[in-house]
Ligand binder design. Structure first.
Ligand code: NAD
Ligand code: MLT
Length: 527
């Protein structure tokens, strides 16, 4: 039975799902070195934001197939190291959207009306109504940075409060922003005009310290910033200084560069101009059930050999697409494997052409499957859909994708050309009926052959007796031929011969085949 390690506190609903297929060990709060020590035992790891999944941990996870992050941000996972090792990383992109958006709005209103400090004051026995004069959000301008799932939901709530909405998101169209009720503007304008600025971006190289001393200087002295996205998007020292100097009016922060927030952080000493919560954006009962179930279902599926629906390191390979394309992926993998073995040596480039009706399909999964096939003789089970692209890139294999809808053989076909240190080979293939893979040409010689485990391909001159000689030669080595086909373009010209055989070819037989008059090249292939 597979084993799953749950190393952060996760809602029981997810654990119940995992227990249907695996032994689940819940071990929260283990130190990093202990996690590294026990990783080799586990097939899957489920975390929230508490566990930092390092390269060292991933490399120790020799059985690891999947890392499930019960939440959105995967910045606590070394995704590159996981990808390199062929481990799927999944998250729950929508499970806590509402919770995080509502927390951002709650932070904005709390900041506007000093609710946390007023509450603390009353609880301490005071009654100081004049000390907590707030500001309304009605008709104020809200600048939303990052108009994705959470940013859009914040916009919907803010619109209901009749705020004016500006948004900055370089990956969102003007039309989409308008649909949500936001005017898309550049960052400078947003910083100058907004009364409240709310951040909803991932932490990337571009968003690190997006809010810094320089941009804080552009804001209104009445501006207030809310960050329920990721620590590190704000330069905390610069923010603390800008609030202390009265350069801006305040901030409400749920996330920090270092969590837990350092005891001596200057952010802790800004009185009622700042509100701090301990990364509570997703902390609602509903969100915790959503993310736990969402990620546990994906871990269960991957352990059962099914695809994951929200893998962050195999973009584009969504389960519905994978399911529909499965026969074509098998075709691509077979052809990739075949063309790589025919090319031999070091492959420098792979041209993938989707022909006929196949030209209308999504290219990426087909390319990934072709690369997986191409690399599998060298990497065996170490290559999979997760790491095939990275492995190819690291080997310097240039990939060219083309579509050619004008080719009208079969209902759709795939053409792969591998160019390498030993020359260039091209194979094409198609599906017969719904799912039967056929190799339909080799080096542009037409054939129609079902792939088999052991095959021999020759290039030869089409002449009488050659087929018989190869047949007798293989017979003399006790090799049983299951099928044989010749592809040629003109009579007595160049041709290819394809033999499917029942057993692996004995050592040295290729050298014997090459001695047969008329044979120019011979390749043994194992698919
Ligand atoms: P999302 O992917 O739906 O949206 C992110 C948006 O940011 C996208 O529209 C993207 O185009 C935009 N973006 C990317 N780079 C940008 C840049 N340089 N400038 C401006 N916009 C940029 O993600 P989401 O689900 O809305 O989550 C947003 C953030 O909230 C993430 O960082 C996530 O980790 C965080 N989050 C925090 C909590 C919490 O507990 N505080 C909970 C959930 C999510
Ligand atoms: C997330 O990215 O989903 C949030 O940080 C919430 C969390 O996991 O605590």
């Amino acid at each position: 039975m597979p084993k799953v390690l749950v190393s952060d506190t996760i809602d029981q609903a997810g654990i119940d799902i995992l227990q249907q297929v695996a032994q689940v060990d819940v071990k929260v709060g283990l130190p990093p070195e202990e996690l590294v020590r026990i990783m080799p035992e586990y097939d899957a790891l489920m975390i929230r934001s508490g566990t930092r999944v390092t390269k060292e941990m991933i490399e120790a996870g020799t059985q690891l197939k999947i890392i499930g992050r019960a939440g959105v941000g995967v910045d606590n996972v070394d995704v590159e190291a996981a990808t390199r090792q062929g481990i799927v990383v999944v998250n729950s992109p929508e499970g806590n959207t509402i919770a995080a958006a509502e927390h951002a709005v709650a932070m904005m209103l709390s900041l506007a009306r000093h609710i946390p400090d007023a509450n603390a004051s009353v609880k301490s026995g005071e009654w100081k109504r004049n000390q907590f004069i707030g500001t309304e959000v009605y008709k104020k301008t809200l600048g939303i940075i990052g108009l994705g799932k959470i940013g859009s939901h914040v916009a919907t709530i803010a619109k209901a409060m009749e705020m004016k909405l500006l948004a900055y998101d370089p990956f969102i169209s003007r039309e989409r922003a308008e649909q949500i009720g936001c005017r898309l503007v550049d960052l400078d304008l947003l910083f100058q005009e907004a009364d409240f600025i709310t951040l909803h971006v991932p932490k990337t190289k571009e968003t690190a310290h997006l809010i810094n001393a320089e941009v804080l200087a552009k804001m209104k002295p009445t501006a207030r910033i809310i960050n329920c996205a990721r620590g590190g998007v704000i330069d905390e020292a610069a923010l603390a200084q800008a609030i202390a100097n009265g350069q801006i009016a305040g901030a409400a922060l749920d996330v920090f560069e270092n969590e837990p927030l350092e005891a001596d952080s200057p952010l802790r000493h800004l009185g009622q101009r700042i509100i701090l919560t301990p990364h509570l954006g997703a902390s609602t009962a509903e969100a915790q059930i959503n993310v736990s179930v969402d990620v546990a279902e994906q871990i269960r599926d991957v352990l059962l050999g099914l695809p994951a629906r929200s893998a962050v390191n195999i973009p584009g390979l969504y389960p519905d697409i994978l399911e529909k394309m499965r026969p074509y992926l098998e075709l691509a993998e077979t052809l990739g494997n075949l063309v790589g073995q025919l090319a031999g040596g070091r492959v420098e480039s792979l041209n993938v052409t989707l022909q006929g009706e196949l030209a209308d399909t999504q290219t990426q999964p087909i390319v990934v499957a072709s690369l997986k096939g191409l690399l599998s003789p060298a990497l065996q089970e170490r290559v999979n859909y997760v790491n095939a692209t990275l492995e190819a890139r690291e080997r310097g294999i240039r990939v060219v994708e083309t579509r050619d809808g004008s080719v009208r053989d079969y209902s759709g076909s795939l053409r792969l050309t591998a160019t390498g240190s030993l020359g260039e080979h091209t194979v094409t293939g198609a599906l017969l009926g719904e799912s039967e893979v056929r190799i339909t040409s080799v080096d542009d010689f037409p054939i129609s052959v079902a792939p088999s485990r052991y095959m021999v391909f020759t290039r030869h001159r089409d002449m009488p007796g050659i087929i018989g000689k190869i047949g007798s030669l293989l017979g003399s080595f006790n090799v049983n031929i299951a099928s044989m086909q010749v592809g040629r373009k003109i009579v007595r010209g160049d041709a290819v011969m394809v033999l499917s055989i029942d057993d692996p070819l004995p050592e040295g037989i290729v050298a014997e085949i090459l001695k047969v008059p008329g044979i120019r090249d011979a390749y043994t292939v194992r698919l």
